[in-house]
Design a protein around this ligand. Structure first.
Ligand code: AMP
Ligand code: MG
Length: 325
């Protein structure tokens, strides 16, 4: 999918004028603003309904500009940047003076990455600065992986939408705390734990998932409108049928192991066998089940290896307790 140079120039102009641009990246669509413009950054929080204490990711056009945005970069962080950028890896480092506290939720650290998408890179080059961009959706909901998702969810609240086609990876970046010599994963994502460990030559810690299993501790995020429940793979079909009999409009994410099973539910998505295809499709599947009027989605966790770790993390968060209105 090609984007006209005139559209890139227009989007860069919107950023310079303090506006918001939705931009495609290889992970999900971002809602971008000039990282150095506190008023524009504040608009991101307003449009998303995101609490101002939730820090944003600053997108830059190349690893060579890292030192413009951060200070005291440990050797390990440079190694990771050299190896994985452009790509779905976000490094949390000490905040440089160019980054306003509005973009970091008041923290003295800042999250930075170089996206691996020709349209995002063209925009960053044309603009010439850093672009803060969280996912282009309302706070807590499913991230957009197409320009149509962005338009449906944010509409006129965005000044310009760059359509770069569907996102290739489909889940957000892996966030690594790289402030010390021993990095750790804060959020699993598009770069796998295994790939990080291969480059680091040692194990890297990931956030404990047991915490997320306990109801009431982690509020939902990455969540569709429908409630999400997670069951063992072999129970997906029976739980779905039971809930449907109880009067729910049940949507099912059917694991490949159950392919071909006739499930009595309102809507069934047969999941692809490859983790890359599952990650790419995940948010679209959840949106589709919402659109079909499901009020309950029954799913199971994939094996937590490779991209399965990020998919399981998003499903757990989607199944977390909803804020009471
Ligand atoms: P989103 O852009 O919506 O995918 O969210 C950005 C993610 O980056 C959030 O989970 C933030 O908590 C995380 N993040 C951004 N900056 C920092 C930081 N300085 N320290 C830790 N996490 C961060
Ligand atoms: Mg988000």
């Amino acid at each position: 999918m090609t984007v006209r140079t005139s559209d890139i120039e227009k989007a860069a102009g919107v950023l310079r004028g303090g506006g918001l641009v939705a931009l495609p990246t290889e992970t999900v669509y971002g809602l971008g603003a000039n990282a150095e413009d506190p008023a524009a950054v504040a608009r991101i929080f307003q449009v998303k309904g995101r609490p101002p204490s939730h820090p944003l990711i600053v997108h830059i056009s190349g690893a060579e500009y890292l030192d413009d945005w951060v200070q005291d970069v440990p050797a390990t962080a440079r190694l990771l940047a050299e190896h994985f950028w452009p790509g779905p890896l976000t490094l949390v480092l000490r905040r440089g003076r160019r980054v306003p506290l509005e973009a970091t939720g008041g923290l003295e650290t800042v999250a930075v990455r170089v996206p691996d998408h020709p349209v995002a890179l063209a925009l960053l080059s044309a603009f010439g600065g850093g672009v803060t961009a969280p996912s282009a959706n309302r706070f807590g909901s499913v991230s957009p992986t197409t320009a149509a998702h962005v338009r449906a969810e944010l509409g006129d609240a965005v000044d310009f939408v760059l359509d770069g086609g569907p996102c290739d990876i489909g889940v957000e970046s892996t966030i690594v705390d790289a402030t010390g010599e021993v990095p750790s994963i804060l959020r699993p994502g598009g770069v796998t734990r295994e790939a990080l460990e291969a480059v680091l030559g040692c194990p890297i810690s990931v956030p404990s998932t047991s915490l997320v299993r306990v109801p009431g501790q982690h509020p939902s995020h990455y969540a569709p409108r429908a409630r999400v429940i997670l069951v063992e793979p072999e129970k997906v079909a029976s739980e779905a049928e039971l809930a449907q009999e109880q009067g729910h409009q049940v949507g099912v994410l059917l694991p490949p192991a159950c392919a071909g099973a006739a499930v009595k539910a309102h809507a069934v998505v047969a999941l692809p066998g490859s983790m890359a295809a599952y990650a790419r499709g995940l948010y679209g599947f959840l949106r589709e089940l919402d659109q079909q009027g499901c009020d309950l989605i029954v799913a199971s966790l994939p094996v937590e290896e490779g991209l399965g770790l990020a998919i399981a993390n998003r499903l757990r968060r989607a199944a977390g307790p909803r804020p009471t209105v």
